[in-house]
Design a protein around this ligand. Sequence first.
Ligand SMILES: *Cc1c(COP(=O)(O)O)cnc(C)c1O
Length: 463
Amino acid sequence: MEYMSTRGGIEPILFSQAVMMGLATDGGLLLPREIPHVSLDTLKEWRDLSYPQLALEVIDLFAGDVPREDLWDLVERAYATFDHSQVVPLVEVGGIHIMELFYGPTLAFKDIALQFLGNLFEYLLDKAGDRVNILGATSGDTGSAAIYGVKGRKNMAIFILHPYGKVSPVQEFQMTTVTDPRVYNLAIKGTFDDCQAIVKEIFGDLGFKERYRLGAVNSINWARVLAQVVYYIWGYLRFADTGSPKVAFTVPTGNFGNIFAGFVAREMLPEGAVGQLILATNENDILYRFISRGDYSLGQVISTISPSMDIQVASNFERYLYYLWGKDPLRVREGMRSFKKTGRLTFSKEELKQVAGDFTSMAVDQSQTLETIGRFYRETGYILDPHTAVGVTAGLAMKEEGVPMICLATAHPAKFPDAVKRAIGTEPPNPPRIAELEGKKRRFEILPAHVNKVKEYIEEHAI
Ligand SMILES: *Cc1c(COP(=O)(O)O)cnc(C)c1O
C-alpha cells in the first residue's frame, strides 16, 4: 500500500516510511492511496478471531512492507499488556452497547494505538539502525499513554512536557511514577499552551530536530488511526451473527482521530454496515457547528470536565476534508491556507449534504454530561467517565430503533474521580492499576516555561 499527502506535495511512500514521517513533509497528513474493501465472506472468517488476530488482519491490509510474521509479533505484544481477556469487551447496559476501550496500562483508549505504535517504532528503528527522541506536550491522557508506549525500549527516549501542578492527580501519578531510564517528565512552570508552544518551537528548529533525531507520537500519525480502525470492525463483528448487519457508533470527539478511524472502517465494511457515526462534542463544539450548519470557525478553548476533548483545531480533520473535497490535494492546500489566514472554512450546499450523510452530531454541555452519569448510575449501576458520558448522551438521544448503538468508552471513570463524584456523590472505586501507584517513587524535572531551558535539557539527555 502506498501513502500520499492530503496536500499532494510528496512522492508516494511505503507504510513504514509513513509511520516514521508522522506529519507529511509538505505540512499535510498522510493517507493510504486507497481504502481496501472487506467482503462479507472475509468478515465471516474474521468473526471468531481474537482481538490481536483481527488487528493483524486489518493492519496487514495497509502495511505492505512489514512482513506478516513480524506484524503478528507486534500486535500480540501490544495487546498482551491489556487487563481484559477480550482486550476490548462490549457491555450491554441501559439499552446501548458500551465498548470498553480502557483496559490498557493508562486506562484510556489512547493505549490501544500507542502500545502498538511503541512496538512498531522500536521495530522500524531497529531495522534501520536508527534511534529517536520522542518529544511531546500533554494536558494529561496522551502523555501518559505515550510514556507507557515507549518506556523500556532500547532505541527510544521520551521527553514529555506537562504544566506543573495543572494535570489531574491520577494523570500526574501515571506519568511521573514511570522511572525507567530515558523517560523524562518535564513539569513546566506554565500552562498547557506554554508547553505546546515550546514543543512547536523546538520542532521548528530543523537543525536541532535533525541533530537530536526528534520525533513525535501525536494523533496525526497514520499508525495510530489504523490501530483504531480495528475496534470499529471488532464492534461490528460482535453483531454479525445476530441477524443485525447494521450498527451505529457514538464517539466522544476531540482531535477527530478516533472518529476518523470510524470513517475509514465504514469505507472498508459493506455498504450500510455502519449506520450513524455520531460525533459528540462538549462545549468546544466547532465540529458540531460544522456538521449541523456548515460553520467551521475557531472559538476560544473552554475548560470542561471532559478535558481530553477541550480542543478547537482538530488535527485529523484535514484527512476528512481530503475525501469531502473530492480527493483534490490542491483544494486541500488552498483550503488550509485560507483557514490559517481567516480562522474559518466555508462549504457548498452539496458538500454539506455529503457531510450530513457521513456524520450525525451533538454538542453536550457539562450539566447534561453530569446528568447522564448520574441517571445512568442510578438506573443501571454502571459508572461512565465524563468523556464517555458525552458520547452516551448523544447516542441515547439519537438512537434508531433496531440498530445496536455502540458507545465508545474512552476512559475508565477512576481517571476523573472529581467529575464522577459531582454526578453520583461518591468517587468510583480505583482499579488495581491506579491503586498500585499510591506511594510509588516519582521522578520529574521542574523547568521554567522557556524554550532554551528545555533545549538544554534535551541536549544533555538525548540518546
Ligand atoms: C483523547 C481523548 C478523547 C478524544 O479523542 P480524539 O481522537 O482526539 O477525538 C476522548 N476521550 C478521552 C478519554 C481521550 O483521552
